[in-house]
Design a protein around this ligand. Structure first.
Ligand code: AMP
Ligand code: GLY
Length: 442
C-alpha cells in the first residue's frame, strides 16, 4: 500500500476525485477542511473546481488507464475517490486497486447494484430485502405475456445505465407494451437488452447513504431529492432539482428498522457473494404503507444529495472515506456537525432535462458565507477565462441553518444574485419541510 507513515500514524495528504459535477466539487470542499490534506485533484473537474481551496483540475481520461495510473503515481496520491457510476461500472476501481491505490468506490462487481437493475432485483430477492415485485424480459413476447398477466399497469425499466432516463411509469397496458418494445429494440442501446417490469408502489421517497468498508458501515444524514423538473413534483424526471437533509419523514426508530431490514442484509449479501464493497451504498427508498422498500441502489453519492449533506460534515469526513478504502472502519464513528439542516436548489439551463443550450456567461455575486455554498455542477470557462454554462444542471446553491425555513430563505436569496441566460430553478424545493408563505404558494 502506498500510504505515508509519519511517527507511525497514517498520513493522508493528496486526494484525487474522479468526476466533473457538483457532487465532486462538494466532496472536494468538505475534504479540504481537514488540515492534513495538501492537494486535491479533480479529474477532470469543472469551471468551479480550481476555486476551491487546495484544489486543481487535471484533464485526464480514465479510460486510458495506463496514463491515468502513471499520473496518479507521479502526484503521490494517497486516496482516489470515484464519483460517477460510469467509471465504477467500467472497473476503474479494479484497475486502481491492482496498481495499489487506496480507492473509495466499489469494484465492477459491487457497481452492478446500480449498473444492472435485473441483477440488483435478484440480489434483493435472494437476501429477502423489501422491494417491489418484478419480472424480467429479454423479448417483446415475454414482456407482453407478463404485462397481460398483470392486473395493473407495470413500471418499465431498462436494465442498464441510462442516465436516469430509463424508468417509465405508463398509465395503460398498451403504453407499457409500447415502451418495453422501444427499450428492447434499442432505445438505450445495450442498456436495454433486458427490461425489468415492476409492480408500481407508492409513498414518499428518501435517500439513505452508508459509507461501507466491505464489512462495517456508517450512515450519513438522510436526504430527500426532488426528481421532477416542475413545481409540485410534476413533469419529467431529472437527475435531481434540489434536496434537503436530514429528512423528518422517518423517525430514528424507522431508520434503525431500515438498517436492520435493508442496509445490513445488503452488506451481508455482498459478503456472501464475495464482493468487497468499499464505497458508498446509496439506497433509494420508498416509504410505503407496508414499510420501506428499495426502489434502487446506486453505487455512488447522489447528486444533489451529496452537495446538501457535505456542508453538514466536519473536517474528519475524509478520514471516514480513507478508513472505508482501507477496510478499517469501526462502524461507531460519530459524524459531528454544528448545523442542523441543509438544503440545496439546483439552477438549471432552460430546456433541461430535454434539449438545452450551453456556453452562456454566468454572473455570480459573492454570496458565499459560512453557511451558503455555490457548488458548480455544469460549468466551464471560455477562452477568456470567463465562467460559462456547460450542462443541464449548472449550479448547486446550498445553505444551512437551524430550520428549513431559514435554510431555504438563504438559498433562494443567494439564487436571486445569480444569473445566466435561461436560468431555471424550482421555487418549492423543501416544500415537505417548509412553511411556504401564502403569497409564495404554488
Ligand atoms: P429509479 O431510476 O429506479 O430511481 O426510478 C426513477 C423514479 O421512478 C423513482 O424515483 C420513482 O419515483 C419511480 N419509480 C421507480 N420504480 C418504481 C416503482 N416500482 N413504483 C413506483 N414508482 C417507481
Ligand atoms: N439524485 C439522484 C441520483 O443521484 O441518482
Amino acid at each position: 500500500m502506498n500510504f505515508k507513515k509519519d511517527n507511525n500514524t497514517t498520513r493522508l495528504e493528496n486526494v484525487a476525485i474522479v468526476g466533473n459535477g457538483g457532487r465532486e466539487n462538494a466532496l472536494a470542499w468538505a475534504i479540504q477542511k481537514n488540515e492534513s490534506i495538501k492537494n486535491i485533484y479533480l479529474i477532470p473537474g469543472n469551471g468551479g473546481s480550481n476555486l476551491i481551496n487546495k484544489c486543481k483540475t487535471i484533464s485526464l481520461n480514465y479510460a486510458d488507464t495506463e496514463t491515468f495510473i502513471k499520473k496518479l503515481s507521479e502526484l503521490d496520491i494517497d486516496l482516489v475517490i470515484i464519483g460517477p457510476e460510469i467509471p465504477l461500472e467500467m472497473g476503474l476501481g479494479n484497475e486502481l486497486r491492482k496498481a495499489n491505490f487506496l480507492v473509495f468506490g466499489p469494484d465492477k462487481d459491487g457497481a452492478r447494484l446500480e449498473s444492472s437493475k435485473s441483477w440488483a432485483k435478484s440480489f434483493m430477492k435472494d437476501a429477502n430485502i423489501p422491494t417491489a415485485n418484478f419480472w424480467k424480459a429479454t423479448t417483446i413476447e415475454e414482456s407482453i405475456k407478463i404485462i397481460n398477466a398483470s392486473a395493473k399497469p407495470l413500471v418499465v425499466k431498462a436494465d442498464g445505465l441510462a442516465s436516469g432516463k430509463g424508468v417509465f411509469i405508463p398509465e395503460t397496458k398498451n403504453e407499457t407494451i409500447f415502451i418495453s418494445k422501444e427499450i428492447l429494440e434499442g432505445k438505450f442501446g445495450k442498456a436495454g437488452k433486458t427490461v425489468v417490469l415492476e409492480e408500481k408502489i407508492s409513498g414518499p421517497e428518501i435517500s439513505v447513504f452508508a459509507l461501507c468498508d466491505g464489512e462495517r458501515y456508517v450512515l450519513l444524514p438522510t436526504a430527500q431529492d426532488h426528481k421532477r423538473i416542475g413545481e409540485g413534483d410534476k413533469g419529467l424526471n431529472t437527475g435531481g432539482m434540489g434536496a434537503y437533509s436530514p429528512t423528518p419523514l422517518i423517525s430514528e426508530t424507522e431508520l434503525q428498522e431500515i438498517c436492520e431490514i435493508i442496509v445490513e442484509p445488503t452488506i451481508k449479501e455482498l459478503i456472501k457473494r464475495k464482493i468487497n464493497y468499499r464505497g458508498v451504498l446509496y439506497f433509494g427508498l420508498m416509504i410505503t404503507t407496508s414499510g420501506p422498500k428499495v426502489i434502487e441502489y446506486n453505487c455512488r453519492f447522489g447528486d444533489p444529495e451529496c452537495q446538501t449533506i457535505m456542508p453538514l460534515m466536519d473536517k474528519d469526513f475524509v478520514n471516514l472515506l480513507y478508513k472505508c478504502a482501507m477496510g478499517l472502519l469501526k462502524g461507531d464513528e460519530k459524524l459531528s456537525t454544528d448545523k442542523q439542516c441543509s438544503g440545496c436548489v439546483i439552477a438549471s439551463s432552460k430546456g433541461y432535462p430535454l434539449d438545452f443550450q450551453i456556453g452562456y456567461p454566468i454572473q455570480l455575486q459573492n454570496t458565499k458565507t459560512n453557511d451558503i455554498q455555490v457548488f458548480h455542477s455544469g460549468t466551464s470557462t471560455n477562452e477568456f477565462g470567463n465562467l460559462i454554462t456547460n450542462g443541464g444542471r449548472v449550479l448547486s446553491v446550498v445553505a444551512q441553518g437551524n430550520s428549513f425555513d431559514e435554510v431555504f430563505d438563504k438559498a433562494y436569496s443567494a439564487l436571486n444574485e445569480i444569473s445566466f441566460e435561461g436560468i431555471f430553478y424550482r421555487k418549492d424545493i423543501g416544500h415537505q419541510v417548509r412553511n411556504i408563505k401564502k403569497e409564495n404558494k404554488i
